[in-house]
Design a protein. Sequence first.
Length: 492
Amino acid sequence: MSGTFVGMPAFPEAARAAVADAVLRGNLRHATHTIRAKRAKAVAEVSDWAELREAGKRIKDHTLRHLDRYLVQLEEKVTAAGGTVHWAADAEDANRIVVELVRATGESEVVKVKSMATQEIGLNEALEAAGIRAYETDLAELIVQLGDDRPSHILVPAIHRNRGEIRDVFRERMSDWGRPAPEGLTDSPAELAEAARLHLREKFLRAKVGVSGANFMVAETGTLVVVESEGNGRMCLTLPETLISVVGIEKTVPTWRDLEVFLQTLPRSSTAERMNPYTSTWTGTTDGDGPTAFHLVLLDNGRTDTLADEVGRQALRCIRCSACLNVCPVYERAGGHAYGSVYPGPIGAILSPQLRGTASEIDASLPYASSLCGACYEVCPVAIDIPEVLVHLRERVVEGGPVVREGNKVVLKPAKGHAAERAAMRAARWAFTRPGVLRTGQRLASRTRRLHPRTLPGPGKAWTATRELPAVPPEPFRDWWRRTSGGKEGGK
């Protein structure tokens, strides 16, 4: 697995291959429709959902505006509680820190509770290169790891797999990673879950080092929070002697009172539950209870660069609920692998190009991986206006301009392949700022409407391959308005 999916093609090419896979589309359609139906029912139970959504948005915006102060407060509280805080500017820093911490324990294996931040930085690969084996313990992450696969969903990384495929992966690969699958394993969900439970139990009981992420960090007390549904997180957070948590700096919230809002919105938006079966919190270390050593690695990796963008920074509000993926018509058909990132779907289309930049072909293509239907914004529990950011990033790709990268102000050059688009937009701007030219053009279009082709040539050919050109009206609206006195004469 790789957080950057090196070598992936741009989204259009990857999506074209995914759309042609009937099994994949069937798996995605069934899973996303089921999840979003359950979520809608769970959200409808809450009479003040709109108020909770607005509260979450404001808390996140306030925290991001004062992130420097809250991060310092968080470090002070974690340290006072017996933990150690490490600051990682990028993936290389974070991986080096974690590898050194594990080596210092003398251990050669770690157990992990699902952490998208560690996938983002490619921690498993870094540990493997250092001779340390990392075992994923979340069921879906286990499936992905055993199958030499990549995650394709924020909440359900193996959403692209059906039960038969999972059974085959368990039968063929479990023995390579530890306890083999039981003889005669079927695709029954209960049997698959039991096989995973038996396989992981020996790892939980043996592991001396645990690696986690966190859903939230409370600056007020230095407390970290993980919410999950399987209990594997509780095992990873309490049984090992050393716990290393790698967390993005944007996961900070100021107070426990603020946390209350997200513990209501996150479960309903992600798993359609009123509350998560397991909500684990820990503050530093406690003698005789849990790990004796706790290390918190605060990960930047492009987040402060994103924070400098007044429009794009709202992506940092994300609480990783995955609701936007489950309603997105593009994700439903293309799947998560096409996004070339551990952050797929609508949120990935705006987060990855900001964390990684838009220099690569795949990152430059992600802002276009959307129909701009707005369904993602409607379900987002912290009101991230994803369509607004997508349009903003499209402008960045086409026009270039000033951005902040690695803490420095730089000017991006326009991406290649968009010359025709830039020319068309500039021509439109020129015409729209000259009423006489616009009026003449509209009249000419109306009078020649019978000669208009049904498809566009050149760069427009791809657009009209799946769409019909809108018909030009017999006369421009302005002429109709003048002729009918605004509709008062000449009929309705």
